[in-house]
Design a protein around this ligand. Structure first.
Ligand code: FAD
Length: 366
């Protein structure tokens, strides 16, 4: 089968990986470089964790996600998962930190529970006076996205897939099976996968009913010198508790210490709008970390990275069939960790024609 893939984020790259492995003739078209630092998949790292709060469907599907990454590491010849484990905290009864723990309990997921003082002994950046408890799970950590993109691009080229970089797709012909590039070139295909992330509405405007566009930002922080060693070994932090919906990724082998927060996201008019950091944006992200971090004024914001992404109303992923084109959206702010598994599932859907099975799996309802 001849397949054209629009988009070199993790959904497009992983689909290219899975289809190429199965012997299909793949062309991947990306409007920027690989990795494209403006894409949702283009940041230094993203978290993978078993904790899914009240979303039990995804908590069940996550085992397949871990297993698919292992298959990908086997092909790439090295792992890009920094398996530091995952820490979460609760500050107030009923906060997200508590909900994630309840999800672990429902799923029978093992974790180590720490009283505040014990947590601060293990993780000296925590102010023990501000938390009710912390808990750590061994599975998960940080996926090193930029390295994954580079290695996948190399692997795809070695296996004969075609990469068209810096080539935006301007039109899709879903009836005949073809895409048109900005320079006027046309690529024909039996099937087209549209994995265009936040840019998807330009190619498939009717999805505006289902996908809302948002802008957010993450801040990279330099911790105080005496806490640098503790951060260098820290787990990923799934939720700091309280109301900030804040998470952190530790510095891993040259990547930075990062904070992001659900409360920071805002509706956006276009994926490329307001992509320069707003003055003070990094500082407001830094301040969200106290409580529960100790000495937050001793941290310095070193860099702010903006992101554009889409959400469905129920925060599930989406697929949508339009003639020979299949839109795949690993959206709603939690799709990276499923990347390799999404690629395999998309390849199966193209081979079997069973789009409903793909959608049910993407919605974690299979
Ligand atoms: C701040 C933030 C934090 C997140 N944290 C996590 C996390 O910790 N764990 C997790 O699992 N998920 C996380 N996510 C979600 C995750 O990043 C996304 O779900 C995932 O990266 C989406 O991948 P994608 O391939 O669907 O889209 P994208 O990565 O956006 O890729 C789409 C690609 O398509 C290209 N493209 C678009 N239009 C065209 C066109 N016309 N022609 C050619 N190319 C085109 C774009 O340039 C882009 O490279 C986070 C998201 C954000 C924004």
């Amino acid at each position: 089968m001849k397949v054209a893939i629009v988009g070199g984020g993790i959904a497009g790259l992983s689909s290219a990986w899975a289809l190429t492995k199965r012997g299909h003739d793949v062309t991947l078209i990306e409007q920027g470089e690989l990795p494209n630092l403006l894409s949702a998949s283009g940041d230094e790292h993203r978290m993978i964790r078993r904790g899914y709060g009240s979303a039990d469907g995804y908590a069940r599907t996550i085992s397949e996600a871990f297993e698919a990454w292992e298959e990908m590491w086997g092909d790439l010849g090295r792992s890009h998962l920094a398996a530091r484990g995952v820490l979460a905290m609760s500050q107030i009864a009923g906060d997200d930190g508590e909900k994630f723990r309840e999800g672990y309990d429902r799923m029978g997921e093992a974790y180590e529970l720490y009283e505040p003082k014990d947590a601060a002994r293990r993780y000296p950046f925590i102010d023990p006076g501000t938390i009710r408890y912390a808990y750590h799970t061994k599975a998960g950590g940080a996926l090193l996205c930029q390295r994954i993109a580079r290695d996948l691009a190399r692997w795809l080229q070695e296996k004969g897939a075609v990469l068209r970089l810096n080539s935006g797709v301007t039109a899709i012909d879903e009836q005949a099976g073809g895409v048109t590039l900005a320079d006027g070139a046309r690529i024909t295909a039996d099937q087209i996968i549209i994995a265009a992330g936040a840019w998807v509405l330009r190619l498939v405007p009717e999805l505006a009913e289902s996908l809302r566009l948002y802008r957010t930002a993450v801040a990279y922080l330099a911790p105080p010198a005496d806490l640098a060693a503790a951060w260098a070994e820290a787990p990923a932090i799934l939720d700091i508790g309280g109301k900030a919906e804040a998470y952190m990724l530790p510095p891993v082998d040259g990547t930075g210490l990062k904070v992001g927060a659900g409360v920071h996201k805002r509706p956006a008019s276009a994926p490329d709008a307001n992509r320069s950091p707003i003055p003070g944006e990094g500082e407001s992200l830094r301040k969200l970390l106290s409580p529960p971090l100790a000495r937050i004024d001793d941290y310095r914001v070193s860099r702010v990275v903006t992101c554009a992404y889409t959400f469905t109303a129920d925060e599930k992923f989406l697929s949508y069939r339009k003639g020979k084109a299949l839109v795949v959206s690993a959206c709603s702010g939690h799709g990276y960790k499923f990347g390799a598994a999404i690629g395999r599932r998309v390849a199966t859907a193209l081979e079997t024609g069973n789009d409903p099975a793909l959608l049910a799996w993407l919605r974690a309802e299979a």
